[in-house]
Ligand binder design. Structure first.
Ligand code: AMP
Length: 629
């Protein structure tokens, strides 16, 4: 079957198509219906079927390849490296599952995981999947306020964390941030399970904190049976930023999720059992869920968990991993490639990279220079994937496992099987013609593996994603795009106030809210501005209540630092604006709406567009002036 036929069947006859894909995983009980779309936009896949993600990722491989590598945990921060076979992973996951159960965690309970890239984080995720608990991994770079918001929303019974992480040799505190977050949150977890890495002393909270090593020692021979789940029960929640200050809990199911990931490993990533997959992302992001933990393991591949920088001890570290573990498929973000491009290529060429077949890049726009450079240096094809936390797996790419469809520079590709993608005119809701810019949308039902709902808030799911066009109910990606005459899509940035820094999504509203918490801030606007390395960075414009010495360059610098540290402490350094500028006016319409797009255009040296509604043009001049300094 060529790709056009494959795709056509997936959208014309999803029942037959997905039934075939569902054969790729183990089912404890067969489903009675492939798709129930009687209550759009809520799609239920594989209704009545019972399965389990941990069984598919771990247990089913133990008999045939129990002695083969499953999880390869490498840390250049602590200089440790450990290979867990499928059998060993099975044992560790059962120990973790047993100790979670001993702490009262059961089916449907939420477990928040706030951990760096260490093996125990994967054990915790898989243990939750095993016993039917719902995990919510929070990226280690987030600080107390971000964490507290997520604790309040997910209401975890248990939080799993560590004393500290490490970045570039510097210890990064986890436990103190977690303690502050729990103090800030209204919801209190029953227990906090702590993996003591010996990196930083910890203050234990009596009755709440428990030590992982001590508890694990009590469950060395644990055998924890799989909790079989109906395909549409929740497997995890992952928070993502949007237009409001409150992140949304993207909720994913069990059955559709397992099928979609397994199918993507076959058709998109062309991975085979026994090979090694290396994704350089972090478990705190969706890539880490889909293509560090579940996707590769579900396919019987070994997966690399790497804690460390891509250029330490030197810029050859990733390539040494590829050589040593004979990595066949690698996944990273364009920003990481741009970082590596600054180093001599000897770091790459001194390793035998002949095992590597393809490099996948995703998470942010892939520029042609970066794509061509890495492809020619590695001598392998580079495949761009476009997708989102919400979908969990690619929406646009070239599906090489089905047919060797050519790629086009600058385009992630064509719609992936299962996704009915189109581009709608923002104002009229009509389908755009070739090369006409519009909003990238997906017709329902979303294919298996995509978000089921916003955790605890079905209405917000419908309102946020499915109510942007009055003409029809479609899922909005909130991305601008065009489709060329050959059917290839090009992504042109977000339609909302979300920015993408180094492949990570941040809401400018969240940044603004944290800056506003500074006692001397009267008003603030944060926008995403183009950056050569990171794709985008946040720039903040602040109106102060009183000048506080900002008349002098030193005073401005001091206040800028102060505001940056507020963001560091509340959200995490990841959200820190690259610059904070001080102004006395922000560009607004006469009705008081901030002219974000104009602000952004000025910062990027572009035409600010239609300004007939602006209240006071001086505000724009001020922005131009501060940007020119
Ligand atoms: P996240 O949910 O954090 O993965 O962010 C998803 C967003 O990142 C998308 O809505 C796009 O704006 C952007 N994005 C992801 N992949 C690509 C890509 N291959 N090309 C362009 N933009 C991308």
């Amino acid at each position: 079957m060529n790709y056009a036929e494959f795709y056509k069947q997936s959208v014309d006859d999803p029942q037959t198509f997905w039934a075939k894909q569902a054969e790729l995983i183990d089912w404890h009980q067969p489903y009675s219906q492939v798709l129930d779309y009687s209550n759009p936009p809520f799609a239920k896949w594989f209704v009545g079927g019972q399965t389990n993600l941990c069984h598919n990722a771990v247990d089913r491989w133990v008999a045939g390849q129990g002695d083969k590598p499953a999880l390869i945990a490498i840390s250049t921060e602590t200089n440790t490296e450990k290979v867990y076979t499928f059998a060993e992973l099975h044992t560790e996951v059962q120990r973790m599952a047993a100790l979670m159960q001993s702490l009262g965690v059961g089916k449907g309970d939420r477990v928040l995981i706030y951990m760096p890239m260490i093996a125990e984080a994967a054990f915790a995720m898989l243990a939750c999947a095993r016993i039917g608990a719902i995990h919510s991994v929070v990226f280690g770079g987030f600080a107390s306020n971000s964490l507290a918001t997520r604790i309040n929303d997910a209401k975890p019974k248990l939080i799993v964390s560590v004393d500290a992480g490490s970045r570039g040799g510097k210890r990064v505190a986890y436990k103190p941030l977690l303690d502050t977050a729990i103090d800030l949150a209204q919801h209190k977890p029953g227990h906090v399970l702590l993996v003591d890495r010996g990196l930083m002393p910890m203050q234990s909270v009596a009755g709440r904190d428990v030590d992982y090593a001590a508890l694990r020692a009590q469950h060395m021979d644990a055998q924890v049976p799989i909790t079989w789940l109906e395909a549409n029960e929740a497997s995890y929640i992952l928070y993502t930023s949007g237009t409001t200050g409150k992140p949304k809990g993207v909720q994913r199911d069990v059955g559709g999720h397992a099928v979609a990931l397994t199918a993507s490993m076959k058709h998109i990533y062309c991975g085979n059992a026994g090979e090694t997959y290396f994704s350089s992302s972090d478990i705190g992001w969706v890539v880490g869920h889909s293509y560090i933990v579940y996707g590769p393991l579900i396919t019987g591949m070994a997966t690399i968990m790497y804690e460390g920088l891509p250029f330490a001890p030197d810029a050859g570290i990733w390539w040494s991993i590829v050589e040593k573990y004979k990595v066949t498929r690698m996944f990273t973000a364009p920003t990481a490639v741009r970082v590596l491009k600054k180093y001599p290529t000897e770091f790459m060429h001194k390793y035998d990279l002949s095992s590597l077949k393809t490099l996948y890049l995703a998470g942010e726009p892939l520029d042609e220079t970066t794509s061509q450079w890495i492809s020619s240096e590695l001598g392998v094809p580079v495949i761009d994937n476009y997708w989102q936390t919400e979908t969990g797996w690619p929406i646009l790419t070239v599906v090489k496992g089905v047919e060797d469809v050519p790629t086009k520079l600058g385009s992630p590709g064509i719609p992936v099987y299962g996704y009915k993608v189109k581009i709608l005119n923002e104002a009229t809701g009509e389908v755009c013609g070739a090369n006409e810019k519009g909003v990238v949308v997906i017709e329902g039902p979303l294919p298996p593996g995509c978000m089921q709902t916003v955790y605890g808030d079905d209405q917000r799911f419908v309102k946020t994603y499915w109510s942007n066009f009055s003409s029809e109910q479609v899922y909005s990606t909130f991305d601008w795009g065009i489709r060329d005459a050959d059917g290839y899509y090009f992504i042109l940035g977000r339609t909302d106030d979300v920015i993408n820094v180094a492949g990570h999504r941040l809401g400018t509203r969240e940044i603004e809210e944290s800056i506003s918490s500074h006692a001397n801030v009267a008003e603030v606007a944060a926008v995403g501005v183009e950056d050569k390395l990171k794709g985008q960075v946040a720039i903040a414009f602040v109106i102060l209540k009183n000048n506080a010495g900002t008349e002098t360059p030193e005073g401005r610098q001091a206040m800028e630092k102060e505001i940056m540290s507020v963001v560091d402490n509340r959200l995490g350094s990841l959200a820190r604006p690259a610059r904070v500028h001080f102004v006395t006016m922000l560009p607004k319409t006469r009705s008081g709406k901030l002219l974000r797009r104009s602000l952004q255009a000025i910062c990027e040296g572009r035409d600010p567009g239609d300004l007939t509604t602006i209240e006071d043009p001086i505000s724009l001049q001020q922005i131009k002036n501060v940007m020119a300094v």
